[in-house]
Design a protein around this ligand. Sequence first.
Ligand code: HEC
Ligand code: HEC
Ligand code: HEC
Ligand code: HEC
Ligand code: HEC
Length: 356
Amino acid sequence: MSGTLRVLRIASLSVAALLFTSVAYFAFGALSRDTPSVVQGTTHESLSRESCVECHAPIAAEWRESYHFLSVAGPFWKRIRDRSFDRLFERLRVPCMNCHAPANILDLPPGQHPVERADAPELGVDCVSCHVSDRGILGPSGEGGGAHEATEDRRFRDPVMATTMLCAACHDEPSEHARTVESWRSTQFAKDGVTCLHCHMPEVEAPAVTGGPKRLRRSHSFIADKDPRMLRGALNASITIVSETREAMVRITNDRMGHSFPASGMNSLIVEVAVHDESERAVTTVRRSFGTRELIPGYLDFWPFAEISKIPYGESREMTVELPTGHGVVSAEFRYRDWFALRDRDLTFARIEKAY
Ligand code: HEC
Ligand code: HEC
Ligand code: HEC
Ligand code: HEC
Ligand code: HEC
């Protein structure tokens, strides 16, 4: 009896010591950081943030659907604010809004993240965040159509420079949260000059200003994993029946995405393989998830607290199931799960099947 008690006492002391160490570790981390700065955003000398949206209504309509606008006003941050996580982050001095509502990205030294802005943070990553610098409005052509001055800038004209100098200001973080540009650099796409813009800002034939002429320009809706067509188009999956061993193999290859699959953050790809017999009864169901699984959900998304099983670019993953005797069908269903489980349902975007 006393032996059991001693073991219990030692166990609870160890747990307390471990808890104390982790609290001390996080407190030290938080206190040794500076409070993130919040500054007035760089704005145009005569045009307001709202005026860009009014004149450029066709582009603004695309942008409003994007997670650049929704990066503060969208469901994610609403949930974070509702649970007061934003105040917790503030206390812990973790910068968040610097990328989600940036003051200026164009005048940053390369490799530096932006600073949080004080004015209109609810607009998230807006027109001014990306286009207005200390030198005024910058763009790909230097044409302001008589409405305003504009300066041609290579970071807009050349998609590779846009990727490594504009997108990278926020999408190239060292943590799993957003290390997409780094992941893109080693792909065949990067070698061939296929950039973030080619996939996420596809060309559309549309006006750039209200009442303006239609012409070819890049879309500002920044489509990604919320678009099932984009997910379907990037999926490379097949089913092979291996008759000798009576097995079915589902192979998923990441060679149509410009980075790992899922890209970054905490999203996951869920694959469900099912074997149906002649009477369409499900005999076996196997499910696997590719992404980042947090061992303490919601907080620690880095090693050793997270298990990362994303499919890197250029690699394949296989799932093998045994087949029963007789004939039937093997199917694979592909679902995408958003981090934070904020969308109540997973997005089922593709299904393939093969008879055996
Ligand atoms: C270095 C820039 C940067 C910082 C700092 C940053 N984020 Fe993000 N965040 C991003 C980018 C870029 C994305 C886009 C999605 C991705 O790549 O995962 C994103 C996406 C998100 C998402 C949505 C994930 C999804 O499923 O689309 C949430 C929620 C989020 N961030 C919360 C936070 C919180 C909370 C903090 C502070 C602890 C923070 N971010 C700090 C850049 C940043
Ligand atoms: C995340 C950064 C980002 C945001 C936010 C953004 N843009 Fe852009 N914009 C770009 C990039 C990059 C290009 C260059 C695309 C190309 O042509 O290769 C561009 C191009 C343009 C062009 C030139 C189109 C053409 O082909 O002539 C206009 C006009 C423009 N943006 C206006 C806006 C307006 C208005 C908003 C706000 C509603 C906005 N942008 C928001 C990054 C951004
Ligand atoms: C009074 C209307 C009006 C307002 C306000 C306005 N724009 Fe423009 N903008 C235009 C017109 C017209 C063009 C030329 C469009 C074209 O070439 O089709 C243009 C072109 C641009 C371009 C392309 C420049 C290039 O180099 O290719 C960018 C970027 C841009 N505007 C951003 C902005 C931003 C950011 C704001 C807000 C600070 C803004 N605009 C406010 C009318 C306006
Ligand atoms: C100022 C920081 C910043 C810059 C610069 C930036 N982004 Fe983002 N981007 C974000 C944040 C923050 C999010 C995530 C919003 C969220 O989900 O809450 C995001 C989201 C996205 C998404 C949508 C992801 C989704 O979940 O739907 C795509 C695609 C994207 N960015 C591409 C780009 C490209 C391409 C560029 C360069 C032209 C770029 N971004 C420049 C901060 C930035
Ligand atoms: C060859 C096309 C392609 C290229 C190039 C590409 N992407 Fe993607 N991206 C996709 C597809 C498809 C998805 C949706 C599946 C996924 O999440 O991986 C996606 C998803 C995303 C997401 C949202 C998903 C998440 O997990 O947060 C972001 C953010 C993103 N890409 C940013 C970028 C950036 C930044 C670049 C440039 C460095 C880039 N992408 C280059 C095809 C591409």
